[in-house]
Design a protein around this ligand. Structure first.
Ligand SMILES: Cc1cc2nc3c(=O)[nH]c(=O)nc-3n(C[C@H](O)[C@H](O)[C@H](O)COP(=O)(O)O)c2cc1C
Length: 297
């Protein structure tokens, strides 16, 4: 099951998707996730708004970690984050494209009424980003959060000129955008709908994947995430042309329940399921997984 993802060899094509504020789930936060990723030799992406810095995550992982980038409303902030991540040894910057409007989470809105805690004790004005270690020392004037309303293909061109390591776009859902990404010299894309957390009516990534793979035409590797819960589902994405599959919530459930051993267990279950599914289909290695293994109605 070993996979080479943009020059990094891993024991598995199952990748840790970036999720913010992991200390909300367990006091060890992203350090526990990084150590679990090390145990199973998984590629990890660290969120811009992680509760651990990129330097500490790379140290805990014991290997390079990709840095997920929210560009924020000011390019200078993005440039400073890129510089920091590159200096720390991140071999790729994955720019998230898909948080473009304030999010409405009905569960959060409903629960807010019953939550009697003093929000201002943590969420003082403009404190969200400044409380995140990756922003330490960066002037945050003019920006308040991760919602980015001014990100265009011109910004992507500017990012391409700024980023010295690999540049990845996360949040592509259409063949047209995949083609624009390839034309812009992007190194890889992550087909993602952010786990369906941004837009209720959005389509699934497994449905979008084949047209995106076709549009990319082999010019760049394609990763996918959102909703993958079993090894057999991961195998279907690989069969339809994904090079790797990222997971988000499943490892967070393990983290919240048991910390590092919980994340290790979730990853081991997924690896075991993928292995079993490959054996069942007679695919001894990832390159033996083919589109014909998935029948579509
Ligand atoms: C709690 C949580 C926080 C997240 N934070 C980020 C983030 O900071 N940056 C980002 O690019 N994606 C973020 N995501 C989206 C994930 O990277 C990923 O696209 C998604 O979780 C994959 O779907 P899955 O959870 O169904 O596996 C977050 C997802 C969750 C559940």
């Amino acid at each position: 099951m070993s996979a080479n993802i943009l020059g990094i060899t891993c024991d598995t094509p199952i990748v840790i998707a970036p999720t913010g504020s992991n200390r909300a789930f367990h006091p060890d936060g992203e350090l526990a996730v990084a150590r679990a990723a090390k145990t199973g030799n998984h590629l990890m992406m660290l969120s811009t708004v992680a509760s651990t810095s990129i330097e500490d995550a790379i140290a805990a992982r014991g290997a390079p970690v990709w840095f997920q980038l929210y560009t924020t409303q000011r390019f200078e902030i993005a440039a400073a984050l890129i510089k920091r991540a590159e200096a720390a040894g991140a071999p790729a910057i994955a720019v998230t494209l898909d948080v473009r409007a304030p999010l409405k989470w009905p569960t959060a809105v409903r629960l807010r009424r019953t939550d009697t805690r003093d929000c201002a004790s943590c969420h003082t004005p403009n404190s969200y980003l400044s409380s995140k270690p990756n922003f330490a020392g960066i002037d945050l004037a003019g920006t308040t959060g991760t919602t980015v309303t001014n990100l265009t293909w011109d910004t992507v061109k500017r990012l391409r000129d700024t980023v010295k390591v690999k540049l990845v776009l996360k949040g592509i859902l259409a063949a047209e955008d995949a083609k624009l990404a390839a034309d812009a010299g992007i190194d890889a894309i992550v087909v993602s709908n952010h786990g369906g957390r941004v837009e209720d009516g959005v389509g699934s990534t497994i449905e979008a994947l084949p047209e995106i793979v076709a549009a990319a035409g082999g010019r760049m590797p394609i990763l996918v995430d959102s909703g993958f819960r079993h090894g057999s589902e991961i195998l279907k994405a690989l069969a339809l042309g994904a090079q790797a599959v990222c997971i988000g919530r499943p490892y967070l459930w393990g983290l919240g329940a048991f910390g590092q051993p919980g994340v290790e267990r979730v990853l081991a279950i997924l690896r075991g399921e993928l292995r079993a599914a490959m054996q069942q289909l007679g695919a001894p290695s990832l390159k033996d997984i083919t589109p014909a293994m998935v029948r579509r109605a």
